[in-house]
Design a binder for this molecule. Structure first.
Ligand SMILES: NC(=O)c1ccc[n+]([C@@H]2O[C@H](COP(=O)([O-])OP(=O)(O)OC[C@H]3O[C@@H](n4cnc5c(N)ncnc54)[C@H](OP(=O)(O)O)[C@@H]3O)[C@@H](O)[C@H]2O)c1
Length: 139
């Protein structure tokens, strides 16, 4: 079974997205730039599965050093994850994806950024406890 992880960044109130991008997109301060660098460093060499809008938001260079896989609501999460035994699989979101995949996630890496502005997409803390709702295999 894949080692399933999440890496994401949130604002101080849990802001995740705005108008299809990051709410703090274009902000030049060090915290925001370091967050992007860290994301690419940590996901390097691994599998990154995400919804169509999140996949589309990655620059071309992101495809070179990681396996990007677009997932759809018609996919079965168990089937998607079973394609990558012995790999680290990062679940890149967005929220509809985390609603479904959170129960498989063992490791959450959440960077809280110094952002207090608006958002239309929010982090749901219930995701962090979803592993407890996962059905155990029989036996
Ligand atoms: N701050 C962060 O770290 C971070 C990370 C990721 C995203 N974001 C932000 O979040 C926003 C984009 O997220 P989004 O949710 O709008 O778009 P998204 O990335 O396209 O993800 C949602 C889509 O994933 C698909 N999907 C795949 N598997 C699914 C499943 N099992 N259940 C339900 N849907 C599934 C659905 O498309 P179909 O129904 O068409 O298949 C759904 O519409 C942007 O603003 C982005 O910047 C922020």
């Amino acid at each position: 079974m894949a080692d399933v992880r999440v890496i994401c960044a949130i604002g101080r109130s849990g802001q995740l997205g705005l108008d299809g991008g990051m709410p703090w997109e274009g902000r030049p301060e060090r915290a925001f730039l370091e967050d992007v660098e860290r994301f690419f460093e940590i996901t390097r060499g691994h599998v990154l599965i995400a919804g169509p809008r999140t996949i589309a938001s990655f620059p071309d260079f992101a495809r070179e050093h990681r396996t990007l896989v677009e997932i759809r609501s018609s996919d079965q999460p168990e089937e998607v994850l079973s394609r990558f035994p012995d790999r680290v699989v990062y679940v890149g979101g967005g929220p509809a994806v985390w609603d479904v995949y959170a129960r498989f996630v063992r490791h959450w890496d959440i960077n809280t950024l110094p952002y207090d502005g608006e958002a239309d997409t929010w982090f749901d803390p219930a995701w962090l406890l979803a592993a407890g709702t996962r059905r155990q295999p029989p036996g």
